[in-house]
Design a protein around this ligand. Structure first.
Ligand code: ADP
Ligand code: MG
Length: 236
């Protein structure tokens, strides 16, 4: 069933540093609808990654709720959270997190191996490889199937990471500084690719960035400041 709405309600999160509680999020409210492309901007240390991790169930809030189509999901049992994390959410990170020993094709296939168990994967291997090739072509890397990550440029590694995130057909893509390690032009190409996935595939995207120019390519930007979402604005 398609996900139509992901909401963070009154989120609070702090970290302990020695004796001190350092408040990071202090009542954050965010909502994305199906087909949104939202950027979250804010200074380094403002809690952008923390918020993204909470929305994708990689971490749990101290206070507040994460709702998927109105149903609370942050307090589900671990197995149900894992299932949602694997089936609903896709993640990409600043530093790609590709496995260096595997080819591009194998890297993109890993989520399917994990999801299906090795035996299940083996039985469906042909279909899996077919679908991986399709997605790799979609991100413009069909000429790099056998390459290892070390043989790819930064932009190509991020495309590979996007393909790996898409192989499980997520409905919400969470991107944490996806252009953070790339030069301006390559960063724009990656953001353009995200925008086209958003438009053509109705992929909902939440992208965290400290770069205002990158954020402009999203439909909507919200700013995280002093633990709260400051103001919502439509991008030009
Ligand atoms: P951003 O992504 O906006 O740079 P983060 O969400 O990574 O910010 O971090 C927000 C604040 O929380 C920072 O002060 C950071 O040091 C702190 N922080 C983040 N993760 C942890 C953690 N696991 N343990 C302790 N402090 C953390
Ligand atoms: Mg961060």
């Amino acid at each position: 069933m398609p996900v139509t709405q992901l909401t963070a309600v009154a989120i609070e999160k702090s970290y302990r540093k020695g004796q001190h509680h350092v408040p990071v999020l202090q009542g954050v409210e965010v909502r994305v609808q199906r087909g949104d492309f939202m950027a979250i901007v804010g200074q380094s240390g403002s809690g952008k990654s923390t918020l993204l991790h909470l929305m994708g169930l990689l971490d749990t809030p101290d206070v507040g709720e994460i709702l998927l189509d109105g149903r609370r999901i942050d307090d589900l049992p671990a197995s149900a959270r894992n299932e949602l994390r694997n089936r609903v959410f896709g993640f990409i990170f600043q530093s790609y997190h590709l496995l260096p020993e595997l080819s591009l094709l194998e890297n993109v296939l890993t989520p399917l191996m994990i999801r299906n168990s090795l035996w299940g994967y083996w039985k469906q291997r042909k279909a899996c490889v077919e679908s991986a090739r399709e997605i790799i072509a979609r991100v413009g890397l069909d000429h790099r199937l056998k390459h290892r990550p070390s043989e790819l440029s930064g932009g190509e590694m991020q495309r590979a990471a996007i393909a790996r995130a898409l192989i499980a057909r997520p409905q919400v893509l969470l991107a944490d500084e996806p252009t953070g390690n790339l030069d301006t032009r390559t960063g724009e190409e990656i953001t353009d690719l995200l925008a086209s996935l958003n438009e053509q595939n109705q992929l909902t995207i939440i992208m965290v960035t400290h770069d205002e120019k990158v954020a402009k390519l999203a439909h909507r930007t919200v700013r995280l400041s002093e633990g709260r979402i400051e103001a919502a604005g439509e991008a030009a």
